[in-house]
Design a protein around this ligand. Structure first.
Ligand code: ZN
Length: 199
């Protein structure tokens, strides 16, 4: 039986975070109702994002094809001695918005999680060790979530970097439990960065 394209669209939209089945249906119906404006515009934006948005080879944050390493990695005014480790590229956006950090970034692309079968090899930990190995970084600030998996990831990294003589700190509490950096408001994040503690 041929797949109904409208059902297909609803199914694809409902996989997006924050969009349940009902909202996906509403969005899909609005799109096909105005194909020349909404649908074409979205299709073009999706294609452009697919072609041009990349993760930075150095920090893992979002950038474009023609700017890799990204602007945050190449900005000469930022502090090379401080490295902020986050779980997801989106966390970099949140920390930048808080204005509380002026060093470099490193996104792990997840956290250690036995439940999701994410082990050290699935994260960008080797790349982190390599960045710290060149000796320029004095402090690694772990901006990880405050759940068991975030704790385990922080412990693993602290252990990994201890021998390298680098200071490892973690965001002060104040961040909501079981939430990632991405869910914290800018002011809370800025305070958490200011009050960071030795791991
Ligand atoms: Zn970068």
């Amino acid at each position: 039986m041929p797949v109904n394209p409208l059902d297909n669209l609803v199914r694809a939209l409902s996989r997006l975070p924050g969009l349940g089945r009902r909202s996906a249906e509403r969005a899909a119906l609005a799109l096909v109702r105005r194909p020349e404006t909404l649908l074409d515009e979205l299709a073009l934006a999706l294609r452009e994002a697919r072609q041009n948005v990349r993760c930075c080879n150095l920090c893992g944050g979002f950038t474009t094809l023609d700017a890799n390493p990204c602007a945050l990695c190449t900005d000469t005014l930022r502090d090379d001695t401080q490295l902020c480790v986050v779980e997801e590229p989106a966390d970099i956006v949140s920390i930048e918005r808080s204005g509380g950090f002026k060093g470099r970034y490193h996104a792990l692309m997840g956290k250690l999680s036995p439940a999701r079968q994410t082990g050290p090899a699935e994260l960008r930990l080797q790349a982190l060790a390599a960045r710290v190995a060149d000796g320029r970084i004095h402090e690694v600030l772990l901006a990880l979530s405050t759940d068991m998996e975030g704790d385990a990831t922080a412990g693993f990294i602290a252990e990994m970097l201890r021998a390298r003589g680098v200071r490892v700190t973690r965001l002060a509490f104040g961040l909501p439990a079981d939430s990632g950096v991405g869910y914290s408001d800018p002011l809370t994040l800025k305070r958490a960065i200011g009050g960071r503690m030795e791991v």
